[in-house]
Design a protein around this ligand. Structure first.
Ligand code: 7PJ
Length: 275
């Protein structure tokens, strides 16, 4: 179970986090008003389809993506968070690494901080502690611009668990409650295809940390490497990945295709509940 402000999120069955990109390349047309309207339509659909969390990101972390300033990121995410918070009763997650964006987002209505840099940027730890909301710590080897050049691990699983142990200790030291921490092995972030499939296979190893596990594999290039499919042709692979991760203990699944993932999770839950 996760608690944020006055909200509770049960994790006895895996929850679906729907992805809402508010980077300029994620919407095809025109002005800002249209973008917000489009974003809200997409949010409503994801919630109707079974998402309990909406993850809003204003910084593209794809390999090679350009850096984004604090002002740009605020400009992209804050109006959308405000609009969602006034209209819907869902959990809102802010996908950022920047402390000022974390603070503004939580003040605007965000309930969860999702940081692909695991609160290692300046002031992120202290600001997250002060905001007193759950945080997702993701593992990444290297930086987005270069992370896919030559990812290398001596011991993949143990190294990532060691990284989490260090970051969890730093969080607790900074005043973040242990029950507010979620861990995510970071599929595709400084990982080869083999690393990614190894992470799925051994995902239960992360349960030793005693914290909820989040998994995000939706449409990722690991499936392109395996199947040679464009992003919009990776649904079946993404669903297989979601099911495998949920079976291996993931409590939050971060996806683009909420409706289809919700069906898959319901099949798993019904199977687990059957006598
Ligand atoms: C992830 C993320 C992920 C978490 C992105 C993409 C790249 N946050 N943000 N986990 N991926 N926690 O969606 O392809 O895997 S952006």
């Amino acid at each position: 179970m996760l608690k944020s402000k006055n909200k509770i999120l049960r994790l006895d069955t895996p929850q679906i986090m729907g992805i809402l990109n508010v980077t300029p390349d994620s919407f095809s047309d025109g002005g800002r008003f249209n973008n917000h309207q489009q974003a809200l339509v997409q949010v409503e659909k994801m919630l109707n389809d079974g998402a309990s969390i909406i993850d809003i990101g204003g910084e593209s972390t794809r390999p090679g993506a350009p850096d984004v300033s604090v002002a740009q990121e605020l400009d992209r995410v804050i109006p959308v968070i405000e609009a969602i918070a006034t209209r819907f009763d869902c959990w809102i997650s802010i996908d950022t690494s920047k402390a000022p964006v974390m603070a503004a987002a939580v003040n605007a209505g965000a309930d969860l901080i999702n940081d692909v840099r695991a609160l290692q940027e300046p002031d992120a730890l202290s600001v997250a502690a002060q905001l007193d909301v759950p945080v997702c710590l993701m593992h990444m080897q290297g930086q987005p611009r270069t992370m896919q050049a030559a990812p290398k691990y001596d011991e993949l699983i143990n190294q990532i668990i060691g990284f989490f142990e260090q970051r969890i200790a730093a969080c607790v030291q900074a005043g973040i409650k242990r029950e507010h921490i979620i861990v995510d092995p970071g599929f595709g972030f400084g990982k080869t295809m083999d690393h990614n499939f190894s992470l799925i296979k051994h995902l239960t190893a992360f349960e030793a940390l005693g914290l909820p596990i989040l998994a995000g594999l939706s449409r990722k290039s690991m499936f392109d490497h395996l199947l040679s499919r464009a992003p919009n042709e990776r649904l079946a692979a993404s669903l297989a990945g979601a099911l495998l991760c949920a079976q291996q203990g993931a409590k939050i699944i971060r996806v683009h295709d909420v409706k289809e993932t919700a069906d898959v999770i319901k099949v798993l839950a019904a199977t687990l509940q059957a006598v």
